[in-house]
Design a protein around this ligand. Structure first.
Ligand code: 13P
Length: 248
């Protein structure tokens, strides 16, 4: 069985001193039997991650990337720039990017292409809104979002990580029940299997108010391969408890 993957998405939180305190506390609580783990931090702190985490079992990543390689794109950061900071992961298509920045399925798919060609693992987020769930559209929405990425990336698809993040569960304290999460993960797994003979190696993470209390039951589901954690990743104790639940 592949080991589970726990990723902290710090979103727009942190500061040099706070980051260093948090990482120290997480690292000192990690054991050799810990699951795979990473933190995805705001861009200005990637250099700090490279300094503090080099050689550690905790990997680091970014939260977004440009869909362009280089050029006149003020404010954007390319995948090759991320590679200069030895990032292992890059979150792509987070619902906050789709919602606040109007990112389309096609844009997300081309960002995934850029990340893969830089040798970085994209964590591709999919998930339905409350209205879409109420209208019975969950399956259609997540399949459409993932299909765009599969279509643009062909056989490289086995190199991605997928995160199912129901929008209604993000930062709301509402969590998908383990059964709701499992149902969607199984659909995504089938879709990946139809696209790649190596789909078994693709981790499908759950994200949306995962915390120290509910992590074990979510992570016990057969198709939940880990978690993408927002708020609870800002507390070393909570993050370590979630990691411990994933390491059993
Ligand atoms: P919360 O864990 O704060 O709900 O955030 C989830 C998320 O968006 C992770 O990417």
């Amino acid at each position: 069985m592949k080991s589970k993957l726990i990723v902290g998405n710090w979103k727009m939180n942190g500061g040099l001193q706070a980051n260093s305190d948090l990482l120290l506390a997480i690292q000192s609580g990690m054991s050799e039997t810990s699951c795979r783990a990473a933190v995805c931090v705001p861009l200005p702190y990637l250099a700090q991650m490279q300094t503090l985490l080099q050689g550690s079992a905790l990997a680091w990543g970014a939260q977004d990337v440009s869909a362009h390689q280089s050029g006149a794109y003020t404010g954007e950061v390319s995948a090759s720039m991320l590679r200069d900071f030895a990032v292992r992961y890059c979150i792509v298509g987070h619902s906050e990017r789709r919602h606040y920045h109007g990112e389309s399925d096609a844009l997300v798919a081309s960002k995934v292409q850029c990340v893969l060609s830089a040798g970085i693992t994209p964590i591709v987020c999919v998930g339905e809104s409350q209205t879409e769930r109420a209208a019975g559209q969950t399956e259609a929405v997540v399949k459409r979002q993932l299909a765009a990425v599969i279509h643009a990336n062909g056989h490289c698809i086995s190199e991605i990580v997928v995160a199912y993040e129901p929008v209604w569960a993000i930062g709301t304290g509402l969590t998908a029940s383990p059964e709701q999460a499992q149902d969607v993960h199984a659909l995504l797994r089938q879709q990946l299997q139809a696209a790649s003979s190596q789909a078994e190696r693709i981790a499908i993470l759950y994200g949306g108010s995962m915390n120290a209390e509910n992590a074990s039951s979510l992570l016990a589901q057969p198709d939940v391969d880990g978690g993408l954690i927002g708020g609870a990743a800002l507390s070393a104790n909570d993050f370590l408890t979630i990691m411990a639940s994933a390491s059993r």
